[in-house]
Write a protein that binds this ligand. Structure first.
Ligand SMILES: [Zn+2]
Length: 152
């Protein structure tokens, strides 16, 4: 399976989307490079209720998401493959107080929700095990593109 990845998850506050900050820092970015290349193992795959996952813009659904997505105008939404499991973490605060925070797969979960799905498979992490990958990255608007093969 090829895992395609566009952006590292960002932790910051906006009026529209609420407080996604990490421990009160204005901005942090989680570097997913190592996680995607080396940590997407079969044993982390779990079937999760979509309701339990926090993702930016969730409370607007179905407005301002999908083909009207604020971040991509719908391009990433249309091009994503919802059969590839997203990456989520518990022990990671979020404005919905949901059990899990989306780290990668926001467009995929939109697709699943528009398809009427209620659960799907995700790679599940304890955020405490990966928070050392948090970076002070001021270039957070710059997307990175990583495609790696996992579960070879
Ligand atoms: Zn988008």
């Amino acid at each position: 399976m090829n895992y395609s990845h566009n952006n590292n998850p960002r932790f910051f506050y906006t009026y529209e989307n609420g407080n996604w900050q990490f421990e009160g820092h204005e901005l942090k970015v989680l570097d997913l490079t190592f996680i995607i290349q080396s940590m997407l193992t079969e044993d982390r795959l779990k079937t999760i209720n979509l309701k339990e996952i926090a993702w930016r813009g969730k409370h607007h659904f179905p407005y301002g998401v999908g083909n009207n997505c604020k971040c991509c105008g719908g391009k990433a939404f249309r091009e994503c493959d919802p059969t590839i499991p997203g990456i989520i973490a518990y022990n990671c605060s979020n404005p919905y107080d949901n059990k899990y925070r989306m780290l990668d797969g926001r467009h995929r979960i939109m697709r699943l929700l528009f398809e009427g799905k209620t659960k799907s498979k995700f790679y599940v992490f304890d955020f405490n095990d990966i928070k050392h990958f948090m970076r002070d990255d001021k270039n957070w608007n710059k997307p990175t593109k990583i495609i790696v093969e996992v579960n070879k």
